[in-house]
Design a protein. Structure first.
Length: 493
């Protein structure tokens, strides 16, 4: 039967709930905005509260006989060529953990690209899975990590034939993509599943000029954040499944273990509406975004001191296999300022929010929600930034390690280090100790330090100088990084 993508089961159920005038004696306690704080109602609008109903016993009946969520998930799966789709209202941070737990368990091995997001590391800590780190492809000139190659995954499987599967991140927040098809073949030759953390790739299935997306490339599980490059609400995530290497009931059970029992119907509605929008108009919308991004990229190239990283920068031997142009990563080296300075200036003086920020770049992502008015504001602000850059303080130096120095030995399992006996030591004394916490520059959220890694001076210097230069480190115990949490000596096994 052909799927009818003009339908939106969650949105239709919300509309029916309102039209029928349901009177709820259940949570949420604001009772369709009537009990909400008046100022909150004024700022948020009553539509937010009117859409905030129970998923079961509200959006659907107490036995889910209307199959509202199930029908919405089936339509999403059809739109992106998956066998099964699961909605999550806890973001892809939950979805990727559910995917990992469906492939490997405590003390089992999973091949993982070392450029993984901190949510993947959190999954390792929770599960007790033993990571086999697969090295990214390092661009030493630009100080960037691109997804690991298929050859690296193959070598890792040869060294660890008992690994239960593999996990790769593609696209990266910078827009660099892996050769997913070949990586999937490497896994499937061994009857092992491939998980793709495609949080930044919600838009990929909907235009032929974008990189291939995970399901079309043969991946078994794909995790996607609809709020990043799609038009869903924050925390809206889906994970897709195909093939027979991971039973759908098992994946659903693992997700249920982690997920909330009070999912947001608002987030479900955002997922449902986005799917309908893309299924009906995706190619047109994404084509417009690609054209607009090309215009912006060309205009930024004309600004003295700025360079937009493109395919020629990111793809080639030893680098990424494909490239998504929409993240719009701008290198500011020619201006002599850091990405941290640029992002702060743009927010303070032009009310422009950059996303990805590091010691030399800012990310200015373009989506189908942009137009020439929004990009015109961006370009005007960037031109102003270029004019004032010489008057800004000299960019603080960040001691970025070489690729060889950045990699540290995994001496203890992440879970054992995180939950084991620990103490805080001065950062000047931390080199040579085993980390008991994550330390993550954010965004993009790729940990520089993992629990269980043997700390080295180059990485600690990178974090100290980065923090002084404006780097955001949200997760260390000591946000000033004067101390570091480490495993008590003699306690590590």
């Amino acid at each position: 039967m052909t799927a009818d993508h003009t339908r939106a089961p969650v949105l239709e159920a919300l509309d029916a709930y309102r039209r029928k005038g349901h009177l709820s004696f259940t949570p949420p306690g604001h009772k369709q905005a009537r009990g909400a704080d008046p100022e909150a109602r004024e700022i948020l609008g009553d539509a937010v509260y009117l859409g905030d109903v129970l998923a079961t016993g509200g959006l659907d009946d107490r036995l889910t006989r209307g199959r509202v969520l199930q029908r919405a998930q089936e339509l999403m799966a059809d739109a992106v060529h998956a066998d099964h789709t699961f909605f999550s209202t806890c973001g892809s941070s939950l979805s990727v953990k559910a995917a990992m737990l469906s492939v490997a368990g405590p003390h089992e091995k999973l091949l993982v690209g070392r450029d993984a997001h901190k949510s993947v590391v959190s999954g390792l800590i929770i599960s007790g899975i033993e990571p086999v780190w697969v090295e990214p492809r390092w661009d030493a000139e630009r100080h960037l990590a691109h997804p690991p190659s298929a050859e690296e995954f193959n070598r890792a499987f040869e060294a660890h034939p008992d690994a239960r599967g593999a996990l790769v991140t593609s696209p990266t927040p910078y827009g660099a993509c892996a050769d997913l098809r070949t990586i999937a073949e490497v896994c499937h030759r061994r009857a092992r599943p491939l998980i793709v953390d495609e949080a930044w790739g919600a838009h990929l299935p909907f235009h032929p000029d974008l990189p291939s997306w995970a399901m079309d490339a043969g991946a078994d599980i794909c995790v996607t954040s609809i709020h990043k490059m799609g038009s869903g609400l924050e925390q809206g995530s889906v994970f897709h499944l195909q093939g027979d290497l991971v039973p759908p009931a098992l994946l659903g059970m693992r997700a249920d273990l982690l997920g909330t029992t009070s999912p947001s119907s608002l987030i479900f509605a955002g997922l449902d509406g986005w799917r309908r929008q893309m299924a009906l108009h995706g190619e047109e919308l994404m084509g417009g975004a690609l054209s607009l991004a090309a215009e912006v990229r060309a205009a930024v190239e004309e600004i003295d001191g700025m360079h937009v990283n493109g395919r020629d920068d990111f793809c080639g031997p030893g680098l990424a296999d494909d490239f998504d142009p929409l993240p719009g990563v701008i290198d500011l080296t020619g201006l002599g300022i850091s990405g941290f300075q640029a992002a702060d200036w743009l927010r303070e003086h032009r009310q422009i929010e950059a996303h990805l920020v590091d010691h030399r770049r800012i990310g200015t992502q373009i989506t189908h929600g942009d137009d020439r008015e929004t990009t015109g504001e961006l370009l005007s602000a960037l031109r102003d930034l270029a004019r004032v850059a010489r008057d800004l303080p000299r960019a603080p130096r960040v001691a970025v390690p070489s690729p060889a120095e950045l990699r540290m030995e995994q001496a203890v399992l992440p879970r054992d280090a995180f939950f084991g006996p620990a103490e805080e030591v001065p950062v000047a004394e931390a080199a040579g100790r085993v980390a008991a916490e994550m330390i993550t520059p954010y965004p993009p959220g790729i940990p520089a330090v993992l629990p269980g890694e043997l700390l080295t001076e180059p990485v600690l210097a990178y974090l100290r100088t980065g923090l002084e230069a404006g780097m955001h480190l949200p997760d260390p115990t000591d946000p000033e990084l004067e101390t570091v949490r480490v495993v008590v000596e003699g306690a590590a096994k």
